[in-house]
Design a protein around this ligand. Structure first.
Ligand code: SF4
Length: 149
C-alpha cells in the first residue's frame, strides 16, 4: 500500500495564489514547487484573507502585540482570527510542519518589519507563525526550504 504523504501548511502566496496585499503573489519557482509536491500534500492558506481582509488591502505591520495598516487602522483582530484558523487547519488535519513567507506580519518566521513602514527589518515572528510555533508546529520560511526538501 502507498504510504500516506505528510501534509504541509504553506502560505497561499507561495504557491501562486494572488492573495498578497497588492493582489500579487510570491510564487516559488516551478521546480521547487514540484519537489515540494513530490514530498508533501500541500495545504495552502492565507491568514490575512482567512481573517477577513480584502484583496487588495493596505499593507500592515506589527507594533508590539498589535497590527496596524499603513493608514493607521488597527487590524489585530483580523490577524488573530487568521492565525487561529491556520492553527485549526493544522490541528484538524494533523499538520506538523508549515512553510511560511518570511517578513510577512502574519507569516514571517524569523523577521518582520518594525511597524514604521520604512522597510526596517527586525527579528520577530508574524502573528500566525508565532501561534503555530507556540502550539508545536514546526515553521520554516521559504528561505530555508532546503531544510524540508
Ligand atoms: Fe502570503 Fe501570508 Fe501574506 Fe497571505 S498573509 S499573502 S499567505 S505572506
Amino acid at each position: 500500500m502507498k504510504k500516506k504523504m505528510e501534509k504541509l501548511l504553506i502560505s497561499a502566496c507561495l504557491i501562486g495564489s494572488d492573495v498578497k496585499y497588492d493582489g500579487g503573489n510570491n510564487r516559488l519557482p516551478s521546480d521547487v514547487l514540484n519537489k515540494l509536491k513530490e514530498k508533501y500534500e500541500l495545504v495552502s492558506f492565507c491568514p490575512e484573507v482567512g481573517g477577513g481582509l480584502s484583496i487588495p488591502r493596505n499593507p500592515s505591520e506589527q507594533r508590539g502585540s498589535k497590527v496596524f495598516m499603513d493608514d493607521g487602522r488597527e487590524v489585530t483582530n483580523e490577524f488573530l482570527s487568521g492565525a487561529r484558523k491556520a492553527l485549526t487547519i493544522c490541528q484538524n488535519q494533523g499538520i506538523r510542519i508549515a512553510l511560511l513567507k518570511e517578513r510577512s506580519p502574519s507569516c514571517g518566521v524569523h523577521q518582520i518589519y518594525d511597524g514604521n513602514f520604512n522597510h526596517n527589518k527586525i527579528d520577530g515572528q508574524g502573528v500566525t507563525a508565532e501561534l503555530l510555533i507556540k502550539n508545536g508546529i514546526k515553521c520554516f520560511s521559504e528561505e530555508e526550504i532546503d531544510t524540508i526538501l
